[in-house]
Design a protein around this ligand. Sequence first.
Ligand SMILES: C[S@@+](CC[C@H](N)C(=O)[O-])C[C@H]1O[C@@H](n2cnc3c(N)ncnc32)[C@H](O)[C@@H]1O
Length: 220
Amino acid sequence: MLDKRLQSVAGLVRCGARLADIGTDHAYLPVWLVAQGICPSAIACDLREGPLENAGRAVAEAGFSSVIDCRLGDGLQPITAGEVDDIAIAGMGGETIAAILEACTWAKDRALHYVFQPMSRSEELRRYLLTNGYRIVSELTVCEGGHWYVCMDAVWEDTPPIVDEAAYVIGGLSATADREWLLLRQAVLKKRYNGQLRSGDREELDRLRAILKKLEEFLS
Ligand SMILES: C[S@@+](CC[C@H](N)C(=O)[O-])C[C@H]1O[C@@H](n2cnc3c(N)ncnc32)[C@H](O)[C@@H]1O
């Protein structure tokens, strides 16, 4: 059984997709998706040997060694173009996820479907995606153990760059956006705004004011 966070990630993976799980660690995600019959195969990758050994052990114990391949390497480097359909990158900082995409020569492919779960700096990931031809299809937030997690799925469509600070900071404000999470974001942004009032960075103040205005309009 997956925890709520990984369950949300799993829920965004397409049925029938050959999966790449980047930063797999214990390989919970690919093992679960293959066990459920959602993914016929998967490639579980990790930068470090220890986590990859954990993955190999979990895959062998589940009896999936013939369909889940464990590979060592940085980001998407262990994968060859065309080997997978869906790519999950969960449990890393948003800036690391963006760097992994940027370093990959074949990431900008309309056939690919991405699932991201940034642990921090989701703003930097959205900024990268929205200014590099990606479209964020949907975003969802999940609360577990008192922590909020953001999950998003995205595609690359050569979309013109979106310059929208609010979209980078709070994501797409859709009807399904979680009100409780948005209220928390609003409180954090207000605190940041008040902090800036004291230090007096004019540009940052204008940026935060515009984001807060958009958020307030949406919440009202
Ligand atoms: C916190 S764990 C997340 C495990 C799992 N994806 C999850 O969400 O529960 C992060 C994993 O990402 C791996 N990692 C960090 N940077 C990486 C990179 N550039 N490429 C591949 N794996 C990376 C780490 O070694 C670690 O095993």
